[in-house]
Design a protein around this ligand. Structure first.
Ligand SMILES: C[S@@+](CC[C@H](N)C(=O)[O-])C[C@H]1O[C@@H](n2cnc3c(N)ncnc32)[C@H](O)[C@@H]1O
Length: 238
């Protein structure tokens, strides 16, 4: 757990950076797309001192994770955004921060990325299916046991219906924070993400073909009718 003075400094940094953010996203009305302040505050409270971190996407989170990590890696598709962020850091006396920028779309960069084990991974790059899943699969392999993965924009079906549904079901990931926009999960142990469906009973029983489902349903109805008949005609209408 992070010490109270450190958390207080971090909370102040969030206010400072939000008030004067890196204007790196041309399409954003305020010049930058960010996640919610709550999410940054959660990171401020839960990131250990001297942490190593990873994110897909770039923005306010990159500045904050750079400030709070011993080493931060940012995977982003736009070289122009990286240049704008570096200029911001220079302007704000923060060019010494240990941030490694990996320029390229995450599906191209992450499979061959090499980083030391990380404490926290923020997934907030591409949001179309299957990119959040791809990001989770390749990036989460670096998470140490007890490390945190944070997924932003869970209001989008492309994020929620696949990745979040999976993480909610898998007992090896414990939900530890979040709201309607983002969620944080703790990785419970050191396990590989490459596994067969036979190790994923928590997803529920396999689907039956329609013909088998129909047969089972007819069989159940006949059984109920037979039981009702044996118990007397008065019970058959139940
Ligand atoms: C919502 S913004 C990130 C906001 C940031 N996390 C923050 O809190 O300020 C999304 C970022 O992801 C980048 N991006 C979009 N698709 C990507 C992809 N496939 N691979 C890597 N980065 C991507 C965008 O260029 C943008 O920088």
């Amino acid at each position: 757990m992070t010490s109270p003075p450190l958390v207080a400094d971090r909370l102040t940094a969030i206010t400072t950076v939000i008030a004067d953010p890196p204007r790196v996203h041309d399409s954003a009305p305020s010049g930058v797309w960010g996640t919610s302040t709550d999410c940054y505050q959660f990171i401020a409270r839960n990131l250990p001192d001297g942490a190593r971190t990873l994110e897909t996407g770039l923005g306010i989170s990159t500045v904050l994770l750079g400030l709070w990590s011993a080493r931060h890696t940012c995977v982003v598709g736009s070289a122009a955004q990286v240049d704008a962020l570096k200029a911001y850091l220079l302007d704000h006396g923060q060019s010494h921060l240990d941030i490694g920028f990996e320029v390229g779309t995450s599906d191209q960069v992450l499979p061959s990325l090499v980083v030391d084990p990380i404490d926290l991974y923020l997934i907030d790059g591409g949001h179309g299916f299957p990119i959040p899943v791809v990001d989770w699969y390749y990036g989460s392999q670096f998470l140490r046991a007890g490390g945190l993965v944070i997924v932003d924009d869970i209001q989008l079906p492309s994020v929620h219906d696949y990745l979040i549904r999976y993480l909610n079901a898998d007992p090896r990931w414990t939900r530890v924070g979040g709201d309607h926009k983002w969620l944080a999960f703790r990785k419970e142990g050191d396990f590989t993400l490459q596994e067969e469906w036979t190790g994923q009973d928590f997803l529920g029983p396999r689907r039956q073909p329609a013909s088998t489902r129909l047969k089972s349903s007819v069989h159940r109805r006949i059984e109920r009718l037979r039981q009702g008949w044996n118990n007397g005609p008065a019970n058959t209408t139940k």
